[in-house]
Design a protein around this ligand. Structure first.
Ligand SMILES: Cc1cc2nc3c(=O)[nH]c(=O)nc-3n(C[C@H](O)[C@H](O)[C@H](O)COP(=O)(O)OP(=O)(O)OC[C@H]3O[C@@H](n4cnc5c(N)ncnc54)[C@H](O)[C@@H]3O)c2cc1C
Ligand code: SF4
Length: 446
């Protein structure tokens, strides 16, 4: 283990974000990094618990105590090898994973200062790229071919692992560039797209074939492959079909987020197709991560103000007795985008969009109460009659995605990632992509 007394003497130190006044003027990553010395001190805080709850909480089953120890001892290459034995893209998870591992860290329970596992992960992967530890390895081919449909984190993980086993892998994706929602959803201020390009160059050099700009019909899969893996995510956003939905100025979150990422990548859109919040009063409907990304993007565009509403009640701050340690705590989450300035409100249902000259100018909302008929039963929503209008000339719908339905596939077709589970997290999509590899491998070798 690291330093046995470090957790008593060294406080948790987060690298923190760039100052608000600076970061809202650009789309560069908001999170900063620690120097190598301080990073190693942070790793030394790991107590190498007999039962590592961090390992249990991580969907990938990362071996956190082991790589904290290597990092503390300055064995960066060893740390990277341990990390990538379970996590194929620690440069993604190290940046955007909500880090359930940290919520389950024993130091979270004892002093509310868990080990900075996620940041340490990002630092290890950056060192590995910087020091040239990551070199393409072309595997010996086994003569079998697998098609992966969808180049998001699930498809990329499945491709990486199958390629290592010797399968010839072709990834098909309808978008021009690989990455899925990493590239066409998550804003650059959370994940710089150069981080994806860098990894894609390695995968390509290892022999993975990318067929971009190809939309595959699940009922008519491309011929010539021994197995298929469908990793097409959750393409359909949840809509809000209330009166006034036809008004101009109401968009799905990804209309804005994907376009912004494409603009930063050099694409040019006609003026009348721009989804830009400059000079607008923005209302984000949906209190989750996608909504938060809309806030950060709107603020960078120059919105007059941003309000985020959520139909569920405000979660407690800090601790929630219904989700005790080591569970994921359902508590109030304040992201870097929230810090940049927005009004957040809870227990509000949207009744109708208000319009003027065909354009949205507000939303009538109504306060709701959530009551449980009996203890342990799911709460039911009750409108209270307290209505008001929130002014808005841009509304962004960020209420999640529908779980896709798939046709009945033949036995050589497998499904992974959000396409299998419904919308989730990058780390879960990667875990699903990794786990499906065993099924595909077993099928192809039975
Ligand atoms: C705005 C936003 C922010 C998010 N932020 C975070 C975050 O901070 N942290 C986190 O952990 N998770 C976050 N998530 C969730 C995370 O991005 C997803 O859970 C994850 O990307 C799912 O991976 P996937 O590979 O299953 O699917 P996706 O990433 O959706 O990739 C699916 C791919 O399939 C392609 N495709 C779809 N249909 C076809 C077809 N017919 N033919 C060919 N290609 C097709 C798509 O073009 C896409 O590239 C966020 C999601 C959104 C929308
Ligand atoms: S992938 Fe996420 S949960 Fe797993 S160790 Fe990294 S930060 Fe923690």
């Amino acid at each position: 283990m690291g330093d046995p007394k470090a957790f008593l003497n060294i406080p948790r130190q987060e690298a923190g974000y760039r100052p608000v006044h600076e970061r809202i003027t650009d789309f560069s990553q908001v999170e900063q990094t620690l120097n190598s010395h301080d990073r190693r001190l942070q790793a030394s805080r790991c107590m190498d618990c007999g039962i590592p709850f961090c390992h249990w909480a991580c969907p990938l089953g990362n071996k956190q105590p082991e790589y904290q120890d290597s990092l503390y001892k300055g064995k960066w290459r060893e740390a990277y090898e341990i990390l990538t034995s379970t996590d194929d893209f620690p440069e993604f998870t190290g940046r955007i994973c909500p880090a359930p591992c940290e919520k389950s860290c024993v130091l979270k329970l004892s002093c509310d200062e868990p080990v900075t596992i996620r940041e340490n992960e990002a630092a290890i992967s950056e060192a590995a790229f910087r020091e040239g530890y990551i070199q393409p390895i072309i595997p010996k081919r086994n003569g079998k071919k697998v098609a992966i449909i969808g180049a998001g984190p699930a498809g990329l993980t499945a491709a990486t692992r199958l390629n290592k086993k010797g399968y010839e892998i072709t990834i098909f994706d309808s978008k021009p560039m690989p990455g899925g929602l990493l590239r066409y959803g998550i804003p650059n201020f959370k994940l710089d797209k150069g981080v994806i390009d860098r990894r894609m160059a390695i995968l390509q050099a290892e022999g993975i074939i990318f067929e971009m700009g190809v939309t595959v019909d699940a009922k008519n899969l491309p011929a010539g492959f021994d197995a298929y893996c469908i990793c097409t995510g959750t393409p359909t956003a949840r809509d809000l079909n209330i009166p006034g939905r036809e008004l101009k100025g109401i968009y799905f979150a990804l209309d804005m987020l994907a376009q912004q990422n494409r603009i930063l990548d050099g694409e040019v859109f006609p003026k009348d197709q721009l989804v830009n919040a400059k000079g607008k009063k923005v209302l984000v409907i949906g209190g989750g991560d996608t909504g938060s990304d809309c806030i950060g993007t709107s603020i960078r565009h120059g919105a007059v103000n941003v309000t985020q509403i959520e139909i569920m009640p405000e979660p407690p701050i800090g601790h929630n007795p219904t989700t005790p340690w080591p569970q994921w705590p359902v508590v109030l989450k304040t992201t870097s985008s929230h810090e940049e300035g927005c009004l957040r409100r809870w227990s509000l249902a949207s009744n109708q969009f208000m319009g003027k000259n065909g354009k949205v100018c507000g939303v009538e909302v109504e306060e709701v109460e959530w009551v449980s008929p009996k203890e342990g039963e799911r709460p039911i929503m009750k409108p209270t009659g307290k209505k008001e209008i929130i002014d808005a000339d841009m509304v962004l719908l960020a209420m999640g995605y529908l779980k896709p339905e798939h046709p009945k596939f033949s036995e050589n077709v497998f499904v992974a990632g959000d396409a299998a589970s419904g919308s989730s997290l990058v780390v879960r999509a990667m875990a699903s992509g990794r786990n499906i590899v065993e099924d595909i491998d077993n099928y192809l070798n039975k």
